[in-house]
Design a binder for this molecule. Structure first.
Ligand code: T3D
Length: 259
């Protein structure tokens, strides 16, 4: 099984599971990951996702043994990336928060897979490597989009062109990720975060994701209109009514994520 799925109360943990290859991606792994996300989205009880890797790495990007040029000619990178792009799009649009626990090295497409998630925690021993330039490629899986937005163009270009490992602590300092965590605490912290997010206003968080992604290309004027419309939608959820009621009654809100 290239992907393992564990169901927890309110959320699912999805584990990339090719540890002998540092969870490098191939087409079946990409397909299984996409299927796991689609299945989680269809589960009404699932209100958050936790993505991580098995073994000592998070994900070493494309499985290079799989695309090695053979006598049959060059690999079809277009159709390969069509597979992975579906995963990236799904991570961005899935109507629930996605936590990524980067348990070890995240290289190439593996680094950008992590950056597509909503909140990224990383073990202090982990590193992020835009390894593409080492093999003559450009950052894909959204790398050229995520990097300048997260760390600015100067650092994005340096990371992409030099392909040097960026430590988890430096990644936090640069704003690439949410938090670097002591290795032995990573998974406990990630589960706490996923469970906490699963107890929040799921629809509100999904609408927030839409607003943030739209903000990347919109003018303030358009964004104000979008916020008005999405806020109206959020304001019609039972969680909004419960949140306000709980505040006035000075008690914790019981948010259900229901429509
Ligand atoms: O087709 C396309 O290429 C299009 C899509 C491109 C998207 C991309 O992701 S391009 C970038 C691909 N990834 C890389 O270039 C990273 C390659 N890996 C590395 O540079 C290093 O493995 C790491 C820096 C990530 C980790 O180094 P280290 O020293 O901790 O581990 P290692 O010994 O290199 O790797 C451990 C094993 O995993 C090893 O196998 P072995 O010798 O024990 O049998 C190694 O071959 C395997 N492995 C690591 N990365 C990959 C891989 N096997 C296949 N593909 C990999 N990407």
């Amino acid at each position: 099984m290239t992907i393992l799925i564990e169901k927890h109360a309110g959320y699912r943990q999805i584990v990339l599971n090719r540890p002998d290859r540092l969870n490098a991606l191939n087409a079946p792994t990409g397909d299984a990951l996409l299927a796991a996300l689609v299945e989680a989205e269809a589960d009404r009880e699932c209100r958050a996702i936790l993505l991580t890797g098995a073994g000592r790495g998070f994900c070493a990007g494309q499985d290079l043994a799989d695309v090695a040029v053979t006598g049959k000619g060059p690999p079809d990178l277009k159709s390969l990336l069509d597979h992975y792009n579906q995963v990236i799009r799904k991570l961005r649009t899935i109507a629930m928060p996605v936590v990524c626990a980067v348990n070890g090295v995240a290289a190439g497409a593996g680094a950008n897979l992590a950056l597509a998630c909503d909140i990224v925690l990383a073990a202090k021993s982990a590193s992020f490597i835009q390894a593409f330039s080492r093999i003559g490629l450009i950052p894909d899986c959204g790398g050229t989009w995520f990097l300048p937005r997260l760390v600015g163009m100067a650092r994005a270009r340096g990371l992409a062109m030099l392909a040097e490992p960026l430590s988890a602590e430096r990644a936090q300092e640069w704003g690439l990720i949410w938090q670097a965590v002591d290795d032995e605490l990573l998974m406990a912290e990630a589960h706490i975060l996923a469970a906490r997010l699963a107890g929040q206003a799921t629809i509100g968080i999904a609408l927030m994701k839409r607003a943030f992604d739209a903000a990347e290309t919109q003018t303030l004027d358009c964004q104000l209109d979008l916020e008005r419309d999405l806020q109206d939608e959020a304001g019609h959820t039972p969680d909004y009514a419960e949140g306000v009621r709980a505040f006035l009654e000075k008690r914790p809100a019981r948010l259900t994520g229901k429509r």
